[in-house]
Design a protein around this ligand. Structure first.
Ligand code: ADP
Ligand code: MG
Length: 351
């Protein structure tokens, strides 16, 4: 890799200085890292027999984030949370991070340092180590690709394919909040806003929803707990929307599902937002991606132990449906026992 990240002489970023700064600020020595940043590749050792969980995500400016509504630190935080959430959904403990970055001509060293501040803020509670990456110039917008490595004890990984007929479907936390937050950020500024009731929507709720979009919490502790106790028969994280992510569980497990719409966990803020904009909060919950909550199935035998243990640990879980035979398909149950087919209305990149 050339030593400047921009092809033109007006570059203000020097690649090796930048990597040195990132190394100084964000990498630590620990016994399991034989070689971190600073060589051709990182070298790690792990406890014998552990399974390795690997995930990577690519974020593109204009597709996954918009610098008009997010700071560099928010973008870094969200990118890390997305990867943490994938490892959480496998029941793994996240440990090592690699970050590859393409910087546009408008990008400065300060931008990059802020991006890493956000990224490492999301990683810090989990003691994740930055062990490498790559740095390049971009001619059009930012690109950020993160690779996260985690560990899970043998045979304890959670897959999408394990749901069985009769299992109960659960979700952590509340859903729809991140989409509501994103919609709030994309609304015209208050004075030009013609929503007569927009003013009745409290600042506290607004901040909560925007926070859920900008700084989502990956459910790492919950994922490990589900795996350690073998509570979950299958699991996935909600990154594209409940309706689509649930479809993945059903397809991979060859089962159907009945989703109880009146049971969906909606935050007070999400309900208040939906009411003020005349939207159905259930639609926000079904279609909103990026809540990074875990969706998982539990056998009837484990149900009581799961719920008891969740209370003891202060984990928030809601039962939102049951698994049926494949021929049942995917159905929703609305108030007054009305049944409908579940339409797939998740986020799709290429449509
Ligand atoms: P090479 O040319 O051999 O790929 P680089 O000069 O690209 O080496 O990288 C030198 C070291 O710095 C490597 O350990 C690499 O993993 C790390 N590195 C490069 N860019 C980044 C980055 N954006 N974030 C973290 N580590 C990085
Ligand atoms: Mg390189």
């Amino acid at each position: 890799m050339a030593s400047t990240v921009r092809p033109k002489a007006r570059s203000t970023i020097h690649e090796f200085d930048l990597i040195h700064a990132l190394h100084q600020r964000h990498s630590r020595r620990t016994p399991l890292v034989i070689q971190g940043i600073g060589d051709d590749a990182a070298v790690i050792t792990s406890r014998a027999g552990q399974w390795t969980v690997l995930t990577t995500d690519l974020l593109t400016e204009g597709v996954h984030f918009d610098l008009r509504t997010a700071t560099m630190a928010d973008i870094g935080f969200r990118a890390a949370a997305a990867n943490l959430s994938d490892v959480a959904a496998m029941g793994g403990a996240p440990q090592y991070l690699l970050a590859a970055l393409a910087i546009p001509p408008t990008g400065s060293r300060q931008h990059v340092l802020h991006l890493y501040q956000g990224m490492m803020a999301a990683c810090r509670p989990h003691h994740i180590q930055l062990i490498g990456g790559d740095t390049s110039a971009s001619r059009s917008g930012w690109f950020l690709s993160l690779t996260l490595i985690g560990m899970v004890p043998p045979r304890k990984a959670l897959f999408r394919r394990g749901a069985r007929i009769g299992d109960f479907l659960y979700v952590t936390g509340t859903i729809g909040d991140a989409l509501a937050g994103l919609q709030l950020l994309n609304e015209p500024p208050p004075r030009a806003n013609h929503h007569p009731r927009a003013a009745t929507f409290s600042t506290r709720h607004r901040q909560f929803l925007i926070g859920r979009h900008r700084r989502p919490t990956a459910r790492v502790a919950e994922g490990r707990w589900l795996s350690t106790h073998r509570f979950a028969t299958s699991a996935i994280d909600i990154s594209d929307g409940l309706s689509g992510d649930l479809r993945h569980i059903c397809e991979e497990s060859h089962v159907g599902v009945e989703l109880d719409l009146s049971a969906l966990p909606l935050s007070t803020a999400c309900r208040a937002y939906a009411a003020s904009r005349k939207l159905d909060p259930v639609d926000l919950a079904l279609t909103g991606g990026e809540d990074y909550e875990l969706l998982f199935t539990v056998s009837p035998r484990q149900r009581r132990r799961l719920e008891q243990s969740a209370i003891e640990r202060g984990f928030s879980l809601t039962c939102i449906g049951t698994i049926h035979p494949l021929r049942f398909g995917m159905q929703t149950l609305s108030p007054h026992d009305r049944r409908h087919r579940l339409a797939n209305r998740s986020y799709e990149h290429f449509t």
